[in-house]
Design a protein around this ligand. Sequence first.
Ligand code: ADP
Ligand code: ZN
Ligand code: ZN
Length: 718
Amino acid sequence: MSPLAPPCEPKVLSVAVVAPGLGEFDYDWPPQILTERDLEVRSGDWLVVPFAKRVLLAVVIHSNKEPGDSDRFKRRQVLGRFTAIPSLTKPQIEFLTFIASYYRSSLGSVLSMVIPAWLRSSKNLLASCEPETATAKSPLQKLLQKYAADLLRQPKETGSRADPPSSVHPLLLTAEQQQAIEIATDSLGFREPCKNHAKPVYLQGVTGSGKTLVYVELIKRLWQINPEAQVLYLVPEIALTPVLKSRLLDALSLEPEALSILHSGMTDRQRASSWMQAVHGVTQLILGTRLSLMTPLPRLAMIVVDEEHDSSYKSQDSVRYSARDLAAYLASQQSLRLVMGSATPSLESLAQIEKGRYRLVRLLKQATGAPRAALVMVNLNKERMACAGVLTDTVHKAVEETLGRGRQVLFFLNRRGYAPLLSCPSCGWTQGCEHCSVSMVLHKKTRQWQMICHHCGIVKKPQPRCPSCGAAELTGQGFGIQSLEEQLAAVFPGVALTRVDSDSAGTMEKMTQMLKQLQQPKPEIILATQILAKGHDLPGLSTVVVLDVDAQLLSPEFRAPEWLFSTLLQVSGRAGRHEDQARVFLQTRYPTHPLFQGLKGDDPASYLHALLEERRQALLPPYGHIAALRMTARTELAVQDQFNRLYEALVQSKPADCQVHRPSPSYPEKRANQYRWHMVLESSRRGPLNAGLELALAIAQAQGLRDLIIDVDPLGLS
Ligand code: ADP
Ligand code: ZN
Ligand code: ZN
């Protein structure tokens, strides 16, 4: 033992290392830096540790593990403390541990999502271990200094928040909004704050009903009883944050410094900076996308999950978590107030409402007082596409009439590019992607034709002639939004035409700029994909035309009807927020389909209840529980072989009450040169599903299968 050995037996620290795939490891304190303060290391404290040949951030899980549990000669020594980040509290550690165990991931993977990459770069970590010199300051030290300054400015005066600045004219709440706020106030326990009986609130409000203002009012009430509380406001998409940010600052009379924005579209450094303000409690309102749920906020008291039905809340990356589900867990674990909202509740939430776990509050009218747009089914079995091959006479007339009134028309077509296929009319050959098992999509870029793969992103020139039969003429099949644009320009010459899709509005700046222009009511035709479906208010929009939805009606995915319904309702909700002549046209061959009838009805929830009943019958989520195991390999044979071995062994060991489905190819089977397969486990109860999953993972490990992706509560079965 070293002569510098401390007088007392040093503790062994069990730490979770912040790197994907890693779990807990034991470390020793270096004897030479053992001061009394160092001995006071607690669980939740951050450390810098050596790991293999790297220097990594780690968090203490157990601070006084018995020495002797692990091999002391293998144990390495901690390099130092990392004090830039506040220590995690016990409930925070429990929450992160829960995420790792529920989604069958590692604590290291979860922590890698929690801590912004910039903060834990080895350069920053090492700099933090060295004694600070007056001359050279590391970027981290500079950042920390900035926070110290911010923190000194605390506590901020809260008085200014009570009276709104004179420049803003607050909207008068509608009667419905007022009633919603009162009920929610009761349910969230704002009247009797000492009682810990807050029940989550579910705000089901039609598009344009003014849900934002209700959230705002509830946040104000929280701050009345708890002025220091932090609020986490989740939105599904980055695109929604800039507009919402200014709305929230205005409505809550907040200084911009009191709000942190967190989403994946920021640079590492920006995110680190915003994140630091949030975790140090400098900011009070945290507006972010799904990942921001992982932020360890010191005074978090309420979570708002807007558009909770949106599938973007489910991550498709390494840890396949659902921020919506985790928000509910976190709220109950830490007694936080929870408000979820949407026009079309997810069936998971609808089931919770039915069970009485959420207090349902409804807004059935548009806040502007305008009536809902009338829905017109255009029956394609009776009416032909008279105009340009895509429009019926009915729609053509409606467009002309709307433009004549000086209003905007929105065509909704969820298909990027010019044509979904380029194929040979004589032999039927189509140009596919060499890296994926899909056709490439014909795009028009200024004056050039391009073939783009929507799965791997590769760009190619179109084949000049058919490589199969030599025919010289290849033609685009079907239509995408770019060819629709051409056709509409020909049918309505001289009319302003704006296409909004990820090709024309791919960046946040472009999108923001386009939205600004579209705010101006004028005779204009807008063509848009899904990108414009959500949240955007276009005051001049009077008519919406939904094209080509029939294909989506036939999708085999079990959540497809739920998603299509909510998309269509959202798109329809764009029309006529500020007028009473608005109409939505839907061209379809199945005008009597229950989904369309559901859209027509007064209450969107009635169709969703019918879907929920189907799920109950079929024992699908939320009544049954599923998990998918996914695997990829360079060859089809390899992935199929490995999966089949796993399947056989799993079926042999007969997991109780857990059904194991045969492995099958995912869609698309090949993506970016990787063959993708999956296998689904299903049970009517969570316990047996978990046990089955455990068994499968043990077998996979014994078989040496690596890189198995585990998808608990997957979005789909393919
Ligand atoms: P939702 O999220 O429910 O679709 P928003 O909160 O975006 O609706 O509000 C829709 C529109 O209604 C916005 O333009 C908003 O300014 C307006 N609005 C909301 N509340 C009121 C109100 N009380 N009076 C007038 N307009 C309102
Ligand atoms: Zn051919
Ligand atoms: Zn491809």
